[in-house]
Design a protein around this ligand. Structure first.
Ligand code: ADP
Ligand code: MG
Length: 318
């Protein structure tokens, strides 16, 4: 098998198409049709062995997570994913690995009706780069920069299970069933595409929580030129993290990463409409604080005037 039959066998033949793909894999570039009155959103994420996944993972899960972290970036913009391209660097042509990887890739893409439209295949240390394309009605994508004083700050789900799985699994006396739950949170994040219509309607800013809540909320604050005050008692934390991390649970929720929930802001006057819209769709999100005019982030437990400064300590590559 050479590079071309590899592309054909694992990526081209099993790929499902969409009506808006004029042509995809097989030419020097893919040709795509953007619907009228829509904007195209583009985002790239690279996954590297021992940074984003470990070598003992099933290649199916590596592919699944690679897709989902990219989908999460589109979810954070309140858009809908449509197309993806794959730049794959492989140390060797291992058909078992490629089989599992491509199964996971196509299954993940099918889940969100995303077409694989092209890519690049090279030899070298294992690395996976996906470029995802999403669509949103013109001017409806939600940026990081729109948060205003008085907006409430929300998180879309319980945090820190993935961080517990990455950092403390070996030191945590959990049962094998609990270990599977934690590993599942790490390997199979659920990007919050389901929130896109509500974010488009109500949110002034949004971000996905990939590096940790404090670091990612800080991006919103900096981009918006505002500060944030968080009530630590209201930060949603996964029950297994509470069970095993005790006092350290809230720190892991603030500074752990890999959750791929969303953090977003809702203006005060839209708050009750937003809560109603959530309930109508049987969705649960958690208000955790408020945007302030003063720059910087602060946290408190019981009384807002007993707050202290929060210094983000999320994941950084350098
Ligand atoms: P070129 O030499 O013009 O860069 P390639 O030989 O790398 O083209 O790729 C041939 C076709 O296969 C292109 O349409 C490219 O987008 C696609 N392709 C290459 N690698 C992958 C991959 N890993 N997954 C999906 N499509 C791929
Ligand atoms: Mg070419």
């Amino acid at each position: 098998m050479n590079e071309f039959s590899l592309i054909d066998t694992y990526f081209k033949s099993p790929a499902r198409s969409r009506a808006d793909v004029i042509f995809g894999i097989g030419d020097d570039a893919a040709c795509l049709s953007v619907p009228p009155d829509h904007h195209l959103l583009v985002s790239t994420d690279t996954l590297v062995e021992e940074v984003h996944f470990s070598s003992d993972w099933d290649p199916y899960d590596i592919a699944w997570k690679s897709v989902m972290v990219n989908v999460s970036d589109i979810a954070a913009m309140a858009a809908t994913p449509s197309w993806i391209s794959l730049a794959l660097t492989l140390p060797a042509l291992d058909s078992h690995w490629l089989n599992r990887f491509s199964q996971g890739l196509h299954a993940a893409l099918d889940t969100h009706n995303i077409a694989l439209i092209g890519g690049d295949t090279t030899r070298g240390p294992l690395s996976i780069t996906l470029t995802i394309h999403g669509l949103a009605a013109a001017n409806k994508a939600v940026k990081r920069s729109g948060a205003k004083k008085g907006d409430s700050i929300w998180v879309s789900g319980e945090l820190a299970a993935a961080a517990l799985a990455v950092n403390y699994l070996h030191d945590t006396p959990c049962s094998s069933a609990e270990m599977l739950i934690l590993l599942d949170k790490l390997q199979h994040p659920t990007p919050r595409i389901d929130l896109a219509p509500l974010l488009q309607r109500f949110a002034t800013s949004a971000i996905d929580i990939s590096d940790g809540l404090s670091a990612d909320l800080q991006h919103i604050c900096k981009a918006s030129g505002v500060g944030a005050l968080l009530n630590l008692n209201t930060i949603p934390i996964h029950p297994l993290v509470k069970k095993y991390m005790g006092e350290g649970a809230v720190n892991l929720a603030l500074n752990g990463g890999d959750d791929y929930e969303l953090c977003f802001t809702i203006p005060q006057q839209e708050q009750s409409n937003f809560i109603e819209a959530l309930a109508a769709r049987h969705l649960i999100c958690y208000p955790i604080g408020v945007i302030e005019k003063e720059l910087g982030m602060r946290v408190y437990r019981d009384r807002p005037h007993d707050s202290k400064a929060l210094t983000p300590d999320g994941y950084r590559h350098f």
